[in-house]
Ligand binder design. Structure first.
Ligand SMILES: Cc1ncc(COP(=O)(O)O)c(C=O)c1O
Length: 393
């Protein structure tokens, strides 16, 4: 017996990414492939204390159904932090709590895409965003990233096509490239999107993990039509699955409607526990400690690359986040290196995973977030040796 599944599930790219991820999860591999927070930095004890406190004080309402838009004090906390840290004018009714920022993408897609509508993404782009938008069967096009953000001319051209509704971007410490848009690019993007009346979906899971340079204001602040996605996954823990979307009330109202149909609401237990954790602890100190830890790992990876990798391999120094993007010298294949690296028990994600339009075999994503210094050094030493060998062939 075989089932007849909907057309939206037929993505040729899909098994490729699945295979890659399966290899990288083998236990004795030094894996630069994951893009997950370091579990050693989780505030486990503090969260346990928050669970005990809220469950003891208000167990019944914690275990009851709740509202779709999300726990009001938590939305107020998010709005207040935006005002303090980013100078953004946001109120709690312009925020909806979601199951991670991933659900924000799903809701944005449901709100704005009919089959065949256009979505523009960065090249390379976060692969699970491509998956989320792909579910609505749009036509997806990709605009290359330059060293300080998306190429403005090509963005304008892509947004000028008929039926383009959304531009999805990760302008700060991008996954996969680690790249951050300059202020000038941010302004240009806002202007281009306004000119073409395209809605910005700005995904900002890493912005707080800055360890160099100055904080940048989200493009959302300047954009005419925009949704800003945020998450506690990288600053507290991903397992609670709490993120949010921030947008005009008109958009939030539609998101509430779409979310209700999907899951009624995000776990109120998790929201209350998270809120208690946030008010009982010095969260800013915790985030600063995370950024420092990731800086140490990033600097170790950069030093190892300088020591062990041929100079023909290109990379930029990230100002924060979890990723480094390597550009390979002409003639080298990331996929072939991936296979060779598996034999040497080291893993990364080949560039193809982040492309919706083919290509990408000339680059790879490395994450330093979960490895200690010795692991980073040894993994890069093995990778550098392989690249040298391939260059010599
Ligand atoms: C760019 C980007 N957006 C969204 C997510 C998903 O985050 P969340 O746990 O908030 O759903 C990730 C996770 O790695 C990511 O890298």
């Amino acid at each position: 017996m075989s089932y007849r599944f909907a057309d939206r599930l037929a993505n040729p790219h899909r098994s490729f990414v699945k295979e890659i991820l399966a290899v990288t999860e083998t236990p004795d591999v030094i894996s630069f492939a994951g893009g997950i927070p370091n579990p050693r930095l989780f505030p486990t004890k503090e969260i346990a204390a928050a669970v005990e406190k809220v469950l003891g004080q208000d167990g019944q309402s914690l275990l009851q159904y709740s509202t779709t838009q999300g726990y009001l004090p938590l939305r107020e906390y998010i709005a207040d932090r935006y005002r303090r840290k980013n100078g953004l004018k946001v109120s709690a009714d312009e925020i909806i709590i979601t199951n991670g920022s991933q659900q924000g993408m799903d809701l944005a897609a449901k709100l704005f895409l009919n089959k065949g509508d256009g979505v523009v993404v960065e090249r390379p782009s976060y692969h699970v965003a491509i998956q989320a938008f792909g579910m609505l069967e749009p036509s997806i096009s990709a605009v290359p990233l330059l060293s300080d953000g998306v190429d403005p001319e090509l963005l304008s051209r892509a947004c000028g096509r008929d039926g383009v509704q959304l531009f999805y971007a990760v302008p700060t410490f991008q996954n996969p490239s680690g790249l951050t848009y300059s202020s000038q690019r941010r302004q240009e993007v806002a202007q281009i999107l306004a000119r073409h009346q395209v809605v910005l979906v700005e995904d900002d899971p890493y912005g707080d993990l800055r360890f160099r340079g100055d904080r940048q204001t989200p493009i959302w602040a300047e954009a005419e039509k925009a949704i800003l996605l945020g998450t506690f996954s990288k600053t507290v823990v991903p397992g609670l699955r709490i993120g949010w979307a921030c947008a005009d009330r008109e958009v939030i109202e539609q998101m509430v409607y779409a979310k209700q149909a999907t899951d009624l609401h995000t776990s109120i237990f998790d929201q209350r526990v998270l809120y208690q954790y946030l008010v009982d602890n010095d969260v800013e100190a915790h985030i600063a400690a995370l950024a420092q830890a990731y800086k140490g790992q990033c600097d170790q990876m950069l030093a190892s690359l300088r020591a062990h990798c041929p100079a023909a391999v290109g990379y930029a120094e990230p100002e924060g986040g979890m990723f480094l993007w390597l550009s390979l010298p002409k003639g080298l294949s990331a996929m072939r290196l991936f296979d060779l690296a598996s034999e040497e028990k080291v893993a990364f994600v080949p560039g193809q995973a982040f492309r919706c339009d083919g290509g990408g075999d000339d680059a790879m994503r490395l994450s330093y977030s979960t490895l200690d210094e010795a692991g980073i050094e040894e993994g890069i030493r093995r990778l550098g040796r392989l690249i040298e060998r391939e260059l010599a062939d």
